[in-house]
Ligand binder design. Sequence first.
Ligand SMILES: NC(=O)c1ccc[n+]([C@@H]2O[C@H](COP(=O)([O-])OP(=O)(O)OC[C@H]3O[C@@H](n4cnc5c(N)ncnc54)[C@H](O)[C@@H]3O)[C@@H](O)[C@H]2O)c1
Length: 310
Amino acid sequence: MKNKNVLITGGLGFIGSYIANQLIDDNNVTIIDDLSTGNINYLNNPNHENLNLIKKNLNSLDLNSILIDFDYVFHLAALVSVPLSVKNPITCNLENVTSTVNLLNGCVNNNVKKIVFSSSSAIYGENNNLPLKETEVPMPSSPYAASKASCELYIKSFFESYGLDYTILRYFNVFGPKQDKNSPYAAVIPNFINAILENKQPIIYGDGEQTRDFIFVEDVAKANILAAESQYNGIVNIARGEKISINQLYNIIKNELDSEIVPKYLPPRMSDIKHSLANIDNMSKIKFNVNNHLFEHQIKCTINWFKNEL
Ligand SMILES: NC(=O)c1ccc[n+]([C@@H]2O[C@H](COP(=O)([O-])OP(=O)(O)OC[C@H]3O[C@@H](n4cnc5c(N)ncnc54)[C@H](O)[C@@H]3O)[C@@H](O)[C@H]2O)c1
């Protein structure tokens, strides 16, 4: 992608910052981010001449006047924690659904070419028809998942009502350097790495035999850019299409770190699903694929980044 005007909401966050870093040299990048979980240092060059940074909450802005002359919008800003959404469903609705409708409205009023939306595999809920196809009926089991499913419906309705082009990306479990390790709700990979590096016992909820489909963050950023450039109006799972159990994952990380620490097993958490695996056939619709042989190398990269952080 070259010489485009792009908006990245949540561009100071874990995934959004990778999209910004991949685009900034050849495009004009505007980021809207309220820094609720983001970090300006996630950008390779926060002073880049092609960057316009708006440090505000999406709901506090007049998006109609901001969205003038934009080609693509990458919408990632959201309250992303499932436990927090269970605790504060009204805040979750405001941050995730209301802000998305405001943004869609601004896109339509300004003839934005396309919106690429960050959705989640959480919308599938506890569904045993693995590997999961995009055509499965959403069965959200948390306010977070329900908010993502609602956004998807709004996006589809804006396509039908006003012709706003879109691609919805349903990420499975994203990992990589810079993922938040300090949050009490931190994702499993930074949690494991961080605990071992600090010589603490990592926690596994349930028996550890639950499986997930992990994908590297650089690949997710690439998928966003390909989705913007594609002609595809629809939903695409973004994953490796390979499952790994939490116990297997722990062993890979433990071996990489040459550790003997045994994890502590606690009861399963509310809203956690047992298994998750994507059907990735639709990824070809945006010309995206992943090289599964790189998984252990990507885990190593992530570990090295956390080691340097410590
Ligand atoms: N990380 C994953 O495994 C994963 C999986 C599925 C879906 N997603 C989705 O991908 C997107 C990005 O996730 P992430 O892991 O990078 O999370 P993140 O918390 O690192 O990034 C979200 C960013 O949005 C900002 N933000 C939040 N609400 C805002 C608002 N109302 N106005 C302005 N800025 C706001 C935060 O400050 C942060 O920088 C989210 O929409 C999330 O739901 C992530």
